[in-house]
Design a protein. Structure first.
Length: 143
């Protein structure tokens, strides 16, 4: 897991940008240079299956840093304001996660890009089908 507390400053743009599976990504509020690392934060409910799988499979991907958390209060790693500040792109597994994220952390989401992958809670940790889907649906957010 990376140390998100030492990451860059939060974007100043007051908009919340959202991409839904299949939609073209919206330009980032923070300009990215070719050498800049992109910080991706993966979220699900409990941080036990889907988001830790995403973190594991993209951990060594060039040009990005990754982290994961859960939106439930009793998640393995509950989401924090510091993680949101660190993230360039927040990737949630379901629309319900985006809604919960907006309700619980609206104060911290200004200028944050949120992507919804539409992956149901039907997979075990590191399930081969889950890995295939994550690699396919995360492609637009990778350098």
């Amino acid at each position: 897991m990376i140390n998100y507390r030492t990451g860059g400053e939060a974007a100043a743009c007051p908009r919340i940008q959202t991409c839904v599976d299949g939609a073209a990504p919206v330009a980032s509020a923070k300009p990215q240079t070719p050498l800049a690392m992109k910080n991706l934060l993966f979220l699900c409910s409990q941080n036990k299956l889907r988001s830790p799988t995403a973190e594991a499979i993209f951990a060594d991907h060039a040009g990005i840093e990754v982290d994961s958390a859960g939106l439930n209060n009793d998640a393995e790693v509950p989401l924090s304001d510091e993680q949101i500040e660190w993230a360039d792109v927040i990737i949630v597994m379901e629309k319900a996660h985006r809604n919960r994220l907006n309700r619980k952390f609206k104060h911290a989401l200004a200028g944050k890009r949120i992507a919804v992958l539409n992956i149901p809670d039907d997979y075990d940790y590191m399930d081969e089908e889950l890995i295939r889907i994550l690699k396919q649906r995360c492609q637009p957010y990778l350098p």
